[in-house]
Design a protein around this ligand. Sequence first.
Ligand code: 3PG
Length: 209
Amino acid sequence: ADPRVRAILKLAPVIPVFTPDNIDDAVQVAHALLRGGLPVIEVTLRTPNAMEAIKAMVEAVPDAVVGAGTVLDAKQLEQLKAAGGRFAVSPGATDRLYAAARDADLPFLPGVATSSELMRGLEYGLDTFKFFPAVQAGGAAMLSAWNGPFGDVRFCPTGGISAQTASQFLHLPNVLCVGGSWLTTRELLQARDWTKIQQLAREAAVLPG
Ligand code: 3PG
C-alpha cells in the first residue's frame, strides 16, 4: 500500500470536492479553503479548464495539497502529474486505471461501492479507498458492516454528505476523512463568496471525528 494516501487523508477531516469554472477563481478558492484550515482539495476534472486550474492552484497556493477527482484514464494521470497534482481520485476503478496509477506513481484513491470492487483494490495492493457514492451506496451502515471483513481498510466516504451529516461518518473507526462539495457549491462560486467558503472550511476543519 502507498503510505502517502493515508497521510494525505489524515491532514484534515474534510476534503472539499471543487469543480472550477475559471482559473482565477480557483486560486481564490484554494486560498479560502487553506485559510479556513482545509489544505487538501479535490478538483474534479469535469470542466474544460480543470487541469489548468489545478496547475494555477499548485503554483499560487503551494501549501495546499491539490489533487484531481473524476480521474477516468491514464492520460489524465499523466496530465495531473505534469500539472503538479499530488493525488488522484476516481469514482470507480478498472484494471487499466489501477495499472496506470501504479505507472504514474501518484497517490491514488479509487472509488469503491461494493465488496468485490474493494477486494479487487486489495489485490492491487491498496488499502485505502473512496466510498462512492457514499450515501446512495449504503451510507455509514455500509462502512460499519465493511469494518468486519475489511477491518484494516480505511475510507474517505464521498457523495451526498453535508456539514450536518459528516460527523456520523467521521465517528466510524474505518473513516479517515469525508469528501463533499458543500463548501464550494455553484451558488457560492457564482457569488464569488470567498469569505463564506473560508467560514465553511473553518467549520469543517473542526468537525468531531
Ligand atoms: C464527487 O465527485 O466526489 C461527488 O460529486 C461529490 O459528491 P457531493 O457533491 O454529493 O458532495
